[in-house]
Write a protein that binds this ligand. Structure first.
Ligand SMILES: Nc1nc2c(ncn2[C@@H]2O[C@H](COP(=O)(O)OP(=O)(O)OP(=O)(O)O)[C@@H](O)[C@H]2O)c(=O)[nH]1
Length: 777
């Protein structure tokens, strides 16, 4: 995937992405989940984080300031403020009920006065789905940020917790939104459907959360549905997500008769009463549930004993832990990513949402319990920790850009210090300074102006020139939180406005490109076409629709095209001389070396000794090589997997120049490439299809026809899920096909898996098409 970063990120982030990997092992798990500035570091340390979890005693990352000044920096007011703050996301498979759940959270916390359903009859739509398109399709496309306060009673005292909440989309095509949200969150609620259990997207978001070390609590929703089975869902969390999990509750009644839950830690029954379930009434545990409660409490203790030393000791001594001991252990194990506590209820039926809010306070970390790591740009990008204390200099990350009614809106997470209206902030990538005219806290598409925002918080600013992923400081620090993991676009299509462009078409493309790094736009000089690329058909379809609705520009689009890659399968000799003698100054450059296959990246290396070719000329060869990799010789697609080594060559005193060496790099590569057994690679996708059981045979037949490799099938009570690997090429138009074959009841997701060699027939066909196009020029 490194190729994607090289292509998609601005130059500064590129350097960070590469160099920071080297210091990845300076990782501290002991202090809680460490967040690195860069996803690649996560990949590098993920093994540590997920396998050894918090036991991994790795060197702690030093803070920017001295330890003494850090200690002094934490004022008692700040400590109290942070203790009551939670930055959380809500993630799940499509249609699990995230938006419905969030709507209840906003209602119960008093943030909104009425509940509107997703695709509800009142035509208002849920608060968090603010785009028209979202309300129409009933899906969440953009993540929306909001905040609310939750009054929690602790030992008879009411404490006001402050939540920053991000609703994230479930569709794989909008996966970058999920990645962005996770980067800035300290914890998450994973919503799982009580009937469907762990689904394909649950696994994807879980993987994303692991990448960003986000602790999570699990909420099993839709307990009011027929066939709801929380125990099966928990088993799936353990097996499919490979995460120790246990219920903290037992449902009172099921399906239509769901009344509330038994809290098996405090041993009390909690009933939702009132027309919106807003009143929680505590009662003794119903007689008929006592055995089940005992059984599930024992399971909870046993599961915790496996992941927490204190509970293990109590368990081995055959003692019973107290409620407080259990709570402390759950908190420790959840924050160190060793366990996920499971709660259950129904958002739609207004059952048992409030205990989830209590669990967020009890078990998810506050910003000071997550160690965030930045890179010190003045010290060779050495990792530095950024404690969320208000008295330290300001550092913030722009994690999302959005064109709002009031101009460009930039969402910021404040990692350190305080951001104030009127202050000048400094973009550590571009060096640009901006005076902050406005600062706001967002509530979906509405906002509330504020004068200052403290460390740990999320806010929005206006008119700040930047790209998504840029770091800001007050000017006294030069640190970068660096970029997020950016998946590579796998699909492209040509697009043109139906009538003459009055500027709106380009405006729309510029804006979407800036907001969404997985959406790219380029102009193909040869075909004179504008090409947009993205993560799937739906992803691009949504943008075409938004250009029409938001910019009033109807577009004509071409057939979707697969992003193929060209690669080599054997080593080849490099020996190329570029010589030109036509009047004026001549050109001369000779390079000798080899071309080798390498996995998932393109690398240029020089082994030239004794200054036979100067550094300047070698850099020019590298440029020529990179240029050639942009358009391969076979079918004009990007090259992936080429390692060019130059170990010898020749220069001419007068005729050698950078241009000459760049040309030699370009043509030398192409020449060797053709001798290195070249092949075309095509994207292979992970396909997950869910549909009612009666369609199983038909769908298997459909996938066999597409030469898909069926890797797994799961049969539920009324639905089945099929997992397969299939080339993207074969999956075009699958939405229509699946609809037709399942009476519109089937669903599927596609996720890029890897590149694999295309069949000889497809290669021949693509090459013939390319040659025809070249000849027609
Ligand atoms: N029976 C039942 N239906 C629910 C429940 N929660 C949500 N739903 C329904 O499930 C559907 C999907 O709910 P959403 O809240 O839009 O789900 P989502 O996860 O936000 O969906 P995306 O944004 O498309 O990913 C809607 O029709 C809801 O009314 C529940 O607790 N019980």
């Amino acid at each position: 995937m490194s190729g994607s970063l090289r292509v998609l990120l601005p130059a500064a982030s590129r350097t960070l992405a590469r160099s920071s990997t080297a210091c990845a092992l300076k990782y501290s798990a002991a202090a809680g989940p460490a967040r690195f500035g860069n996803a690649f570091q996560f990949n590098a340390v993920r093994g540590l984080a997920s396998e050894a979890t918090a036991e991994a005693e790795v060197e702690e990352v030093a803070p920017l300031q001295s330890l003494e000044s850090i200690k002094e920096a934490l004022t008692p007011e700040d400590a109290a403020r942070l203790k009551l703050m939670r930055n959380i996301g809500i993630s799940a498979h499509i249609d699990s009920g995230k938006t419905t759940f969030t709507e209840r959270v906003l209602y119960y916390t008093g943030r909104i006065k009425a509940i509107h359903e997703v695709r509800g009859k009142d035509n208002v739509g849920a608060k968090m789905d603010s785009m028209d398109l979202e309300r129409e399709k009933g899906i969440t496309i953009q993540s929306a940020a909001t905040y609310c306060d939750w009054d929690k009673v602790e030992n008879g005292e009411t404490k006001k917790y402050h939540f920053n909440l991000i609703d994230t989309p479930g569709h794989i095509d909008f996966t970058i939104e999920v990645e962005r949200a996770l980067r800035v969150l300290d914890g998450a609620v994973l919503v799982v459907c009580a009937v469907s259990g762990v689904q394909s997207q649950t696994i994807t978001v879980d993987r994303q959360m692991r990448r960003y070390n986000v602790p999570r609590i699990t909420f099993i929703n839709k307990m009011d549905r027929m066939g709801a089975n929380p125990w099966k869902a928990i088993e799936q969390v353990q097996k499919k997500l490979k995460m120790p999990a246990a219920a903290l509750q037992v449902p009172i009644g099921m399906e239509d008769n769901l009344e509330g839950v038994v809290d098996i830690i405090e041993m009390r029954a909690l009933y939702n009463e009132g027309s919106r379930g807003e009143v929680i009434t505590e009662k003794p545990i119903p007689e008929n549930l006592k055995d089940l409660v005992e059984e599930k409490r024992a399971v909870l203790i046993e599961t915790l004993a496996d992941v927490d030393d204190e509970i293990a000791e109590i368990y081995l001594n055959e003692e019973t832990p107290t409620a407080q001991q259990l709570k402390d252990a759950i908190r420790r194990a959840t924050i160190s990513l060793k366990f996920t506590p499971v709660l259950m209820g129904s958002a739609l039926a207004n059952r048992s949402v409030q205990p989830v809010l209590d669990a967020v306070c009890d078990y998810l970390p506050n910003p000071s319990e997550v160690s965030n790591v930045g890179l010190d740009l003045t010290k060779n990008e050495a990792p530095v920790s950024l404690p969320p204390y208000s008295s330290l200099p300001f550092v913030g990350l722009a994690f999302k850009l959005e064109e709002g009614r009031f101009g460009q809106l930039t969402y910021l997470r404040v990692y350190q210090g305080v951001i104030k209206k009127g202050m000048t902030i400094f973009n550590t990538r571009t060096g640009k300074r901006t005076k902050l005219a406005r600062l706001a806290r967002m509530h979906s598409d509405e906002m509330e102006d504020v004068a200052e925002v403290h460390a740990g918080e999320i806010c929005a600013t206006f008119g700040v020139e930047c790209s998504s992923g840029d770091t800001f400081s007050d000017g006294s620090l030069k640190v970068a939180l660096s970029s997020m993991f950016v998946p590579e676009p796998v699909i492209s299509l040509s697009i043109a406005p139906k009538s003459r462009d009055n500027g709106n078409f380009s405006k729309a493309l510029n804006r979407f490109q800036k907001e969404d790094p997985t959406f790219t736009v380029k102009f193909d000089n040869e075909s004179k076409e504008t090409i947009i690329s993205g993560m799937g058909e739906l992803h691009l379809e949504i943008y075409v629709e938004r250009i029409k609705r938001e910019y009033n520009v109807e577009c004509i689009t071409g057939q979707p095209q697969v992003a193929y890659r060209e690669s080599i399968t054997a080593p080849a000799v490099l020996n190329y001389t570029h010589k030109r003698q036509s009047g004026g100054a001549g050109q001369f450059a000779k390079i000798v070396g080899e071309l080798l296959p390498i996995k998932d990246q393109n690398v240029f290396e020089s082994h030239v000794v004794g200054g036979k070719i100067s550094e300047k000329f070698l850099a020019a060869v590298d440029k020529g090589f990179q240029e050639a990799c942009e358009k391969g010789p076979l079918i004009g697609h990007k090259v992936l997997g080429a390692h060019m080594i130059v170990n010898d060559g020749q220069t001419h005193l007068v005729d050698s120049s950078e241009i000459a060496f760049r040309t030699a790099g370009y043509y030398g590569f192409r020449d060797s490439f053709m001798k290195a057994n070249p092949v075309v690679l095509e994207p292979i996708m992970d396909v997950t299809i869910t549909a009612p059981i009666e369609f199983q045979g038909g769908i298997i037949g459909l996938m066999n026809k597409k030469n898909a490799l069926i890797t797994d099938t799961d049969i539920g009570s009324d639905e089945f899920t099929l997992h397969a690997e299939c080339s993207l090429n074969e999956m075009f138009g699958f939405a229509t096909l699946l609809r037709a074959n399942t009476q519109g009841k089937g669903e599927f997701t596609l996720e890029f898996k890897h590149y694999a060699q295309a069949s000889p027939m497809l290669q021949r066909q693509l090459m013939a098409e390319f040659q025809k196009k070249e000849q027609a020029k």
